[in-house]
Design a protein. Sequence first.
Length: 210
Amino acid sequence: MEGINDSCSFSRLGVCSGHIIHFLDCQKDVVAHLRYLKVCTTGSNVNEQDLILYRAGLFDVDAACRQLLLICQAHRDSLGTYWKTNSSKCAYPVHSSKCKGDRAIDFKTSKELFFLYQSLIPVGSGICKPCRTSHPHVISTRSQMYRTTSYGDDTESIELANLDIYHEFEDDKDDSCNNNTSTKNYEYATEKEEHFTLASCSQTSDCACK
């Protein structure tokens, strides 16, 4: 029909090629692909559509919008089951140790990193144990900062909250990759969160999660 755009909806991500299909036809089983990458899938209903969308940085596309999308074979492959990483390095945005990625970033973490650091880290990218351990504390700190500012408290209370959280882990310092906490990474990330807030005020047995 004249006026209808029948091009690949993911063309901004690179050169398109191959047959174009409706996005809703992407029904391939991706469990084996995710397990190969050591992505934790326990408790989640993963599917090819979600995998493609998350790797494209589209995290909240509802069913009504999905039926409008088209995708070429090249992008279905590169964002789906033929995606691969060429590096064993940890892809965490504030990674600072020499540890390599021994597990993979899952759907939830990929989305959190995008909104936390404005960095698109594809599902399946490597993440080391220190970063994997410190990430929940970084999320908790950001949430605490939001709750504090929502109640109208001053910046000093935010800083004290961050210090209290940091001191809980201060006695567990260890440079080893096998350490259960990553104080160095967490301290760096917390400082970044504090800086962000100050600037604003002035103006899961097979689960690979563990």
